[in-house]
Design a protein around this ligand. Structure first.
Ligand code: UDP
Length: 338
């Protein structure tokens, strides 16, 4: 059965892939985005765009009132660990404050299903090799803290107002739409996979590895890279699970790759060298973040389609190779005469 959904940040990396999944099901989708980080070209035909900043409480109230919505999916926000270490109050203020504005509007207008894009960054310094939902929460960055505050707000929204929520703590979203319509494009780009790919493609002189002295087998940080289309599927399954009550899930593939593993994978997929040098650690980065996705798999039947690092890298590589200027290329191509 199709539904009607409001997706904040639906023009961003993960949000746009969820919108693609919803449209493919025949759902109605309204994308709320201020287009500062998101891209208009990332909204696929079939979805409607609402040019709204979450700081604008009146506009947020108006669009939430224009329901009924089967659910609100909330992706909009700032998401860079390092930036949050430089500008903590902006992260705490915007991510928490804007999220609260949205949650309050949902409560006011009778929305009873909410799905939050949360993060593994709220676990801080893990004590077990793989993190499940019982792992103690102790964010080591204001970014992680801002998402944790939102999770807590949702707990109270449920207890007091009956707003059911699913919070998805994802590990490292990576790859891109296998059909090649969507990709990862941040301005400026700070993420490992796109930067390593751009280095392979000769668009950057070298890749800088942040820290080679971590307590890991090769000294570089280990992360759990989960394909963005698998993440989109996880959102949909978590939404369906809300019929039984609020939930929190860790979403990753359950296996880690080091920074050097990713560099080697990019070299295999591209057939080119990635020049790199090892520099200082980046503040706020834990050594290892790997999910135990057992709970979401058991309860929702979710299972990642992409489990091989090279397959994930390949989808990211194909899109970046075809879009030298990210979504700007798409606009330029669309605007140029045939
Ligand atoms: N990283 C790196 N060099 C870069 C960007 C990232 O060594 O130019 C490392 C970073 O320290 C982390 C991993 O790659 O261990 C993934 O970082 P990314 O920024 O992609 O995602 P995050 O883990 O911050 O969500």
């Amino acid at each position: 059965m199709s539904g009607r959904f409001l997706v904040t940040g639906g023009a961003g990396f993960v949000g746009s892939h969820l919108v693609a999944t919803l449209i493919a099901r025949g759902d109605d989708c309204v994308v709320l985005d201020n287009f500062r980080i998101g891209h208009r070209a990332a909204i696929l035909p079939g979805a409607e765009a609402a040019d709204i900043d979450l700081a604008d409480r009146v506009a947020v109230d108006r669009i939430v009132a224009a329901g009924p919505w089967d659910a609100v999916f909330h992706f909009a926000g700032l998401s860079l660990v390092a930036e949050s270490m430089r500008d903590p109050f902006r992260y705490l203020g915007e991510n928490f404050g804007h999220g609260l504005t949205l949650i309050e509007a949902c409560v006011r207008h009778g929305v009873d299903r909410f799905v939050l894009s949360s993060t593994a960054a709220l676990f801080g310094r893990p004590t077990t090799p793989r993190l499940d939902e019982t792992t103690p929460i102790d964010p080591v960055s204001p970014y992680g803290e801002s998402k944790w505050l939102l999770e807590r707000a949702l707990v109270w929204a449920d207890r007091v107002h009956g707003l059911r929520s699913a919070t998805l703590r994802y590990f490292n979203a990576a790859g891109s739409d296998p059909a090649g319509r969507l990709g990862e494009d941040h301005q400026p780009e700070t993420h490992l996979m796109p930067l390593a790919i751009d280095t392979a493609l000769g668009r950057r002189p070298e890749f800088v590895v942040f820290g080679g002295d971590y307590d890991t087998p090769d000294g570089t940080c280990i992360r759990d890279y989960v394909h963005v289309s698998d993440l989109a599927d996880a959102h949909l399954r978590a939404f369906r699970q809300l019929d039984r009550g609020s939930v929190a899930y860790n979403v990753g593939i359950g296996a880690g790759a080091s920074v050097l593993d990713v560099i080697r994978s990019v070299e295999r997929v591209s057939g080119r060298k990635v020049r790199y040098r090892v520099a200082d650690r980046r503040p706020g980065d834990p050594a290892v973040l790997v999910a135990d996705p057992g709970k979401i798999m058991r309860e929702t039947g979710w299972s990642p389609r992409f489990t091989a690092l090279d397959d994930i890298v390949r989808t990211a590589f194909d899109w970046r190779a075809a879009h030298p200027n990210g979504y700007e290329s798409a606009l330029t191509n669309a605007a140029s005469p045939v």
